[in-house]
Ligand binder design. Structure first.
Ligand SMILES: Nc1nc2c(ncn2[C@@H]2O[C@H](COP(=O)(O)OP(=O)(O)OP(=O)(O)O)[C@@H](O)[C@H]2O)c(=O)[nH]1
Ligand SMILES: [Mg+2]
Length: 192
């Protein structure tokens, strides 16, 4: 970063760019969460008679951008479907932070989440860089969904001792908890 860019970034005139990766099993709510932040950061458009396009399962990955506080986020929204999870590792090198989305209502697949999460965390590229992780215990609006404490126990998150992490209960459909999670991540990224 040149002197003037650094100076203007400090003043909040230029937003610093950060890259994040959003991971989690298919159907956990990743794209819905990103859509929330894109909507929140765009200039309000004139009311449209047509409703926004429906969110569909991501194929491969989708690259999105939005501003949050004084950061300019570039987000790799990865598909969580089994056949695309092999792609995730190609993006570890260039990421400043991870967002991991859990479907807290999907108790049957918590064992699969645990396996995928620990496989990601043990990858060489992520072992070398101690980037922060925010977990969204998403779909908290669904009755019987796991609490963050129950997710911590189900996934063994207490074992993550080599990097900063946090878990926040969220609902991507009504927006609850999303700002709290991203605010924490933004705070971590600003310190780096
Ligand atoms: N009730 C409820 N439904 C949610 C929530 N978040 C997402 N959904 C729904 O869950 C479904 C999957 O959401 P997506 O955002 O496509 O999930 P994804 O993680 O991007 O899935 P892939 O792209 O296949 O990896 C959609 O029908 C969403 O409307 C939530 O917090 N609560
Ligand atoms: Mg998606």
């Amino acid at each position: 970063m040149g002197f003037w860019t650094a100076f203007l970034t400090t003043l909040g005139i230029v937003r610093r760019r950060v890259s994040i990766l959003i991971l989690g099993l298919d159907n956990s709510g990743k794209t819905t969460i990103i859509a929330h932040f894109i909507r929140a950061s765009s200039v309000p458009a004139a009311p449209s008679p047509t409703s926004p396009p429906p969110i569909v399962p991501t194929v491969g990955f989708s690259l999105e951008k939005f501003d949050y506080e004084n950061l300019n986020f570039t987000v790799f929204d990865m598909s969580g479907q089994g056949r695309y999870r092999e792609l995730w590792k190609h993006y570890y090198d260039d990421t400043d932070g991870l967002v991991w989305v859990l479907d807290a209502g999907d108790k049957e697949r918590m064992a699969v989440v645990r396996e995928e999460l620990w496989s990601v965390l043990s990858h060489k590229a992520l072992q070398q860089k101690k980037i922060p992780i925010v977990f969204f215990a998403n779909k908290m609006d669904l009755e019987g969904s796991l609490t963050p404490q129950e997710c911590i126990a189900a996934l063994g998150l207490e074992e993550i001792r080599d990097r900063n992490w946090n878990i926040v209960a969220s609902s991507a459909v009504n927006g609850e908890g999303l700002n709290r999670g991203l605010e924490w991540l933004a705070g971590q990224l600003k310190e780096r």
